[in-house]
Design a protein around this ligand. Sequence first.
Ligand SMILES: *[C@@H]1O[C@H](CO)[C@@H](O)[C@H](O)[C@H]1NC(C)=O
Ligand SMILES: *[C@@H]1O[C@H](CO)[C@@H](O)[C@H](O)[C@H]1NC(C)=O
Ligand SMILES: *[C@@H]1O[C@H](CO)[C@@H](O)[C@H](O)[C@H]1NC(C)=O
Ligand SMILES: [Cu+2]
Length: 243
Amino acid sequence: MLFSVVAALSAAVSVAAHGGVTSYVIGGTTYAGWSPYNDASTQTSIERPYSTYDPILSVSSSSFSCNNAGTASAHQLSANVTAGTSITAKWSQWTHAQGPVMVYMAKCSGSCTSNNSGSLSWFKISERGLISGTVANGTWGTGEVMNTLSYTTTIPASLAAGEYLIRHELLAIHQANTPQFYPECGQLIVTGGQGKTPSGSYLVKFPGAYSASDPSININIYSSEALTQTTYKVPGPAVWNGQ
Ligand SMILES: *[C@@H]1O[C@H](CO)[C@@H](O)[C@H](O)[C@H]1NC(C)=O
Ligand SMILES: *[C@@H]1O[C@H](CO)[C@@H](O)[C@H](O)[C@H]1NC(C)=O
Ligand SMILES: *[C@@H]1O[C@H](CO)[C@@H](O)[C@H](O)[C@H]1NC(C)=O
Ligand SMILES: [Cu+2]
């Protein structure tokens, strides 16, 4: 009895902070996401599995692409979505108000379920960094996620039909020079579109896209410079403009 109380308490502590994507709304339809603290073997969702709300602390982590070993679940689903449709990721909890939000996609060759996310090439479709104010005291994309527990973007209307992973990433920078990365992925089968795919300058690998010495990643928001800094370059490639 005592052991189960202790185990329940420590589980509660481990999920007390941080967060991860737990559902999606795509064109008005809600899709269940992954539940990292439930039995993995029986779960059925369009989200790729992940095991913890805890952050990834290294840009070279092997789990950097989708917060896991890169593989699909035993009962992996994919959502069917028309290019140009809005997609909202939802978090059951999120507690950090400083840092950017980034959304990437990667085209699979054939079926996403048989592709390792670490081998794919990713392009950015949305980012929201410092919205107003200063690096020290401003309003950030992740601050909006803290308030709304959601982030909405649009699958590019021009995007070529096919199977894709979509990757939502929160970068929390509230600890000086200790960035915390929170990426999760879902599987989409995109229809319609105009056959467009991004050129090579937009494509990156995870891990690989980010540098630990990037001043937007190795950042101290409590520095004196941060009090007057009103711009912040969101890490990673430019957002693909759909052309
Ligand atoms: C997507 O479409 C395929 C083919 O019609 C279907 O088998 C699958 O169940 C759909 N996915 C979801 C999550 O509904
Ligand atoms: C993705 O899976 C397909 C099978 O559907 C396979 O042919 C292809 O080599 C895989 N690509 C990568 C990058 O793993
Ligand atoms: C602005 O940020 C600095 C450094 O983080 C902090 O000491 C100060 O209290 C903040 N001011 C306001 C008004 O939030
Ligand atoms: Cu946290």
